[in-house]
Ligand binder design. Structure first.
Ligand SMILES: [Zn+2]
Length: 263
């Protein structure tokens, strides 16, 4: 656990680099905005969000999980559960929670104001997978803190879950189209790029589908799965109709103030 930060950063940067290499080699779609401009805004927002999150919630999720374990706090620390069962159940429950959190951010207007910063991106690539408003990030951490403490999630499960969620978000936002022979079997379990691009469509019925960042099970179970958009993958209108302007959409300041401006 003392190497936690290195595990996280190691996976994060490796997956980021692999995705960006694949995107440059075999991009699925062409970006309507210059990549450098978008990246400056998106990565700038990642930096700002990480900083603000650190300052507002200075404790890590795994540290809290360890504390809970030592002090017998939370469900799995109260009842005798074999650790493998506690780990698997925790990861499934956390993933269902993230699914519902995402769905809530789409359906509650004040939360949508925050989440539309992510959806306003006129192009989807791996950097979009990191483009979230700082307030959404902080809220998400608080929700996870409550869940981790109530359930008594083992620290190792928190670490694996965070690495997997982060890695899969980088993966399914990547501007690539996997070969059919890989994509077809993969989409039986995972949210692939093609499936996730449906979630970034301008059509509301398509945006309000495929909420999962990892497995497709929760969308299937809760009736939000869509395996096909009205348009072909290459022609889907990505982003939000209300934000066609490139200026607002691709400047760090524009993204930071976006939730506070009416559209
Ligand atoms: Zn969304």
């Amino acid at each position: 656990m003392s190497n936690e930060i290195w595990w996280r950063l190691g996976f994060f940067f490796s997956i980021l680099v692999i995705m960006m290499l694949l995107e440059s080699r075999m991009p699925a779609r062409k970006s309507p905005i210059k990549s450098n401009t978008r990246w400056f805004a998106n990565f700038g927002l990642v930096f700002a969000s990480s900083l603000i999150a650190r300052l507002s919630v200075p404790i890590g999720l795994t540290a809290v999980a360890l504390y809970n374990q030592e002090h017998g706090i939370g469900l799995f620390n109260q009842i005798a559960t074999p650790s493998i069962v506690a780990i698997i159940l925790s990861m499934l429950l956390l993933d269902i929670l993230i699914y519902w959190q995402h769905r809530l951010f789409h359906n509650v207007p004040i939360l949508w104001r925050l989440h539309r910063v992510h959806h306003a991106d006129a192009h989807v690539d791996t950097s979009t997978g990191l483009r979230f408003h700082p307030i959404e990030i902080v809220l998400s951490i608080l929700i996870k803190l409550i869940a981790v403490t109530t359930l008594g999630v083992p620290a190792i499960a928190v670490l694996i879950f965070e690495i997997a969620l982060n890695g899969l978000a980088l993966f399914n936002h990547a501007n690539i189209r996997l070969p059919q022979a890989i994509e077809k079997p993969l989409r039986l379990i995972l949210m692939t790029q093609i499936l996730h691009r449906i979630h970034h469509s301008q059509r509301v019925s398509e945006t309000n589908s495929n909420y999962g960042f990892s497995v497709i099970w929760w969308d299937k179970l809760f009736g939000s799965y869509k395996n096909e958009a009205q348009k072909a993958d290459n022609d889907i209108d990505i982003g939000l109709k209300e934000y066609p302007s490139q200026k607002q959409n691709a400047s760090l300041w524009g993204l930071l103030i976006m939730p506070f401006k009416n559209k």
